[in-house]
Write a protein that binds this ligand. Structure first.
Ligand SMILES: *[C@@H]1O[C@H](CO)[C@@H](O)[C@H](O)[C@H]1NC(C)=O
Ligand SMILES: *[C@@H]1O[C@H](CO)[C@@H](O)[C@H](O)[C@H]1NC(C)=O
Ligand SMILES: *[C@@H]1O[C@H](CO)[C@@H](O)[C@H](O)[C@H]1NC(C)=O
Ligand SMILES: *[C@@H]1O[C@H](CO)[C@@H](O)[C@H](O)[C@H]1NC(C)=O
Ligand SMILES: *[C@@H]1O[C@H](CO)[C@@H](O)[C@H](O)[C@H]1NC(C)=O
Ligand SMILES: *[C@@H]1O[C@H](CO)[C@@H](O)[C@H](O)[C@H]1NC(C)=O
Ligand SMILES: *[C@@H]1O[C@H](CO)[C@@H](O)[C@H](O)[C@H]1NC(C)=O
Ligand SMILES: [Cu+2]
Length: 580
């Protein structure tokens, strides 16, 4: 699966470049790429322990989609689950002109019923490292995900050189099923799902056995992976003195991660499908919903092997490191490295994490954000109680999605499909973000933040103390339908003074940004994509507990929504009535 891109490809690239310059047609070579997928539950051993995953066409993780910028992707998806609906979200793809293909149940479409087929057809307009995943219930936790890689358009070039590439899709894995996890999180009294049993690299982990056992823990069993191809780590085979591109994507349900390659520097060049000003680090953090490209040079002793390690950050780790191997020499492919795996930064060394996040800046020459905003929304993230249930709320509202997808109910003016009152855009001025809420009670809601088309929107994400004293968690927030500029991160409660520290010169464009414990993160985007878009914490249990909001803009400009996207709730009834 992992392989080195053949160098002879360059000859083809040069030829294509000539063609493009001859015809001055940037769309030349753009294709529609067709896929037929069946989504089904199946037995699998992601971490060497047999379990049930949601796979695609018998594969876990799902097949990698590879396309070129400008291509159209057409996935004909059949739901072969027996009792659950399904949808797939194309994470990082903005869906300009196709908001119904965003794959969010209750927002862009109805979940696809068992036995039914739905066509996701959309354009990938920007090169980058992306992924896809289930966006109904907690199906992402059940393993419904895969990679989506968009190469530059034919005749175009990446702004950096590399000789080969690898793709690492990172996830976390529980032995408890996602359905049981959903019940845990929705129970009174509340039951927390705990930390994952394993971290997976390209869907492979090793539970209760450690590749690195001979360096330390006698309680760990050294692995015998013969005969268990599903959980054997994929070794990255490299040649000396070359530059490799490592695409790294995190689709974890919970874990924030730190990645390192023993003895090798990592040069970050891409984040969430946008080029960044290259910078070099020894290890990097990656939060759920983020993707990066890093370059590394194979400049170390080629007779040795090196660890690639993945460790938990931001929560006290109860999950062992995930490990795989960087191998230079074919004769030593099966040898373990002679030195111990990289030591991860302390899980609560937030300064280390903040330094990494603030190092990420747009590549020189990138588009700058508008210097002013039209509307600024403050979103306070709190942990709450509702009738004795434990929830997350935004400005005191915990999101519960409606039965009718917003895209259809807004487009067709169905008044009773959701709460038409505007959700709160601010929180009490005197709210103390450093302490548990004096009254943690909140309410359920499903209102929509509606923005004028093409207006500039600021979002100030404000973190706070959770229900327990002295606890504030990391939340990576992901926006559908847009990239946003990350204008800044700060400590404590945001004040108007903080605005003077905004970076308007070279802020990075991203689709996911983290709020650090007790801190704030400021984002700016232009609401230029007619549709309805989820904006939510990418931690799966947090979203399940209500940690999200819904944005909409220009829905009256959305052209005809395919009927297949609207076969449920009030829109479903509307089509039935039109027929009869
Ligand atoms: C770990 O593996 C050992 C040896 O195979 C086995 O005896 C033990 O029960 C396993 N522990 C768990 C928690 O699966
Ligand atoms: C082995 O595991 C124990 C208990 O989890 C831990 O305290 C100890 O530090 C570990 N030793 C090494 C060498 O990793
Ligand atoms: C983290 O950084 C802050 C501000 O730069 C500093 O005051 C604090 O001591 C640092 N904490 C640690 C643990 O290094
Ligand atoms: C919070 O709600 C519960 C009932 O769900 C109620 O018993 C309690 O008094 C409320 N707390 C406050 C401070 O209002
Ligand atoms: C949330 O609502 C409760 C009343 O239910 C109120 O006491 C509390 O101050 C509100 N908190 C915020 C952050 O608005
Ligand atoms: C929004 O901007 C697009 C171009 O970015 C333009 O075509 C469109 O007319 C604008 N619409 C409105 C309502 O301003
Ligand atoms: C919370 O932290 C503060 C200061 O850091 C400390 O004084 C207090 O005892 C802590 N409370 C708990 C419940 O740990
Ligand atoms: Cu969260």
């Amino acid at each position: 699966m992992i392989g080195i891109i053949n160098l002879s490809k360059r000859a083809t690239t040069i030829f294509v470049f000539i063609c493009v310059s001859l015809f001055h047609n940037p769309a030349l070579g753009a294709k529609t790429r067709h896929f037929k997928w069946a989504v089904e539950s199946m037995y699998w051993s992601p971490d060497c322990v047999e379990n049930v995953v949601i796979g695609i066409n018998g594969q876990f993780p799902g097949p990698t989609i590879r396309a070129r910028a400008g291509d159209t992707i057409a996935v004909e998806l059949t739901n072969k689950l027996h009792t659950e609906g399904v949808v797939i979200h194309w994470h990082g793809i903005r869906q300009f002109g196709t908001p119904w293909a965003d794959g969010t149940a209750s927002i862009s479409q109805c979940a696809i019923n068992p036995g039914e087929t739905f066509l996701f057809r959309f354009k990938v307009d920007k090169a980058g490292t992306y992924f896809y995943h289930g966006h109904y219930g907690m199906q992402r936790s059940a393993g419904l995900y895969g990679s989506l890689i968009v190469d530059v358009a034919q005749g175009e070039k990446e702004p950096f050189h590399y000789d080969g590439e690898f793709n690492l899709l990172l996830s976390d894995w529980w032995h408890k099923s996602s359905q049981l996890q959903e019940v845990d999180l929705s129970s009174k009294p509340f039951r927390w799902i705990g930390e994952p049993q394993s971290l997976l690299i390209n869907g492979r982990g090793q539970y209760n056995c450690s590749l690195a056992a001979h360096f330390g823990n006698s309680s760990s069993i050294s692995c015998d992976l013969r005969g268990n191809e599903q959980c054997a780590p994929q070794i990255l085979h490299v040649h000396p003195n070359k530059i490799y591109r490592l695409r790294v994507t995190s689709t974890t349900a919970l874990a924030s991660l730190n990645l390192a390659i023993g003895n090798h520097k990592l040069v970050v060049v891409e984040a969430d499908g946008n080029y960044v000003e290259p910078f070099s680090v020894d290890d990097m953090d990656i939060y759920s919903g983020e993707s990066y490209s890093i370059l590394f040079t194979t400049d170390q002793d080629p007779s040795k092997n090196y660890w690639i390690s993945l460790s938990v950050r931001g929560r006290e780790p109860k999950t062992p490191q995930a490990l795989t191997i960087l191998n230079y020499s074919p004769t030593s492919a099966s040898n373990l490295p002679t030195s111990p795996p990289p030591i991860a930064p302390l899980w609560n060394d937030y300064n280390h994490s903040k330094a990494f996040s603030t190092n990420i800046l747009a590549r020189t020459g990138s588009a700058r954000p508008p210097t002013t905003y039209d509307r600024r929304v403050f979103l306070l993230n709190t942990q709450n109680h509702i009738d004795g249930y434990v929830k997350w709320a935004i400005n005191n509202v915990s999101l519960v999605l409606p039965a009718t997808p917003y895209l259809g109910s807004i487009k067709y003016g169905l008044k009773r499909a959701f709460d038409r009152r505007n959700p709160p855009e601010n929180f009490p001025f005197d709210y103390d973000v450093t302490k548990p809420a004096p009254n943690p009670n909140s309410t359920y809601g499903n209102g929509v933040y509606t923005f004028s088309l093409n207006s500039t929107v600021d979002v100030i994400l404000q973190n706070a103390n959770a229900l327990a004293p002295n606890v504030s968690e990391i939340h990576p927030w992901h926006l559908h339908g847009h990239d946003f500029w990350v204008l800044g991160y700060g400590e404590g409660k945001f004040t108007n003074e903080d605005e003077r520290k905004f970076n308007l010169k070279d802020p990075p464009l991203r689709n996911t940004a983290v709020i650090f414990p007790y801190g704030w993160t400021a984002l700016r985007f232009v609401a230029n994509n007619p549709g309805v878009w989820a904006f939510h914490c990418h931690i799966e249990p947090h979203l399940h507990m209500g940690m999200g909001v819904v944005f909409a803009e220009g829905v009256d400009h959305v052209s005809k929504i395919p009927k297949e996207a609207l076969t449920c709730g009030l829109t479903g009834k509307m089509f039935m009535n039109n027929k009869g």
